[in-house]
Design a binder for this molecule. Structure first.
Ligand SMILES: [Ca+2]
Length: 135
């Protein structure tokens, strides 16, 4: 449990579409980074690997929406980003926990999924390291 929500990190080098489908196949979605707690956990867990997470601007260029359909409020952009280069978001770009908009089907990165439950606010987690994910 991270920030009141079950999350899993996978490092299987997937495109954004593959990552999105993988989370949905497990009854979840690409995880939203709503605050420093989530950003720090995700970035610290896999840095320096790059991670897809749950936000995009498919609907309107430059208007970032999270995987639950809400506008993105919390951000942690890398310097000079977003540069409008793409519609999907990654973190650990050029530094731990820094975000970049990246071509959805170009990169093959780790990804982080969250379950379908609504977010809480309390950090309760011990990290458990599995074969290729953290729970
Ligand atoms: Ca970019």
């Amino acid at each position: 449990m991270i920030d009141g929500q079950c999350m899993k990190l996978f490092c299987e080098d997937k495109t954004w579409s593959e990552a999105d489908a993988h989370c949905k196949a497990h009854n979840g979605k690409l995880a939203r980074i709503l605050n420093d707690i989530r950003n720090d956990w995700i970035s610290n867990s896999v840095y320096p690997n790059i991670v897809w997470f749950g936000a995009n601007d498919f609907e309107e260029e430059g208007v970032w929406m999270d995987s639950a359909g809400y506008p993105v409020v919390y951000t942690n952009w890398a310097g000079g980003q977003p540069d409008g280069s793409a519609d999907c978001l990654i973190t650990n770009w050029g530094g731990k926990g820094l975000w970049d908009d990246y071509v959805c089907e170009s990169g093959r990165f780790c990804h982080v999924c969250e379950d379908g439950n609504s977010a809480g606010t309390i950090l309760t987690g011990d990290l458990k390291i599995g074969n290729n994910f953290l729970l």
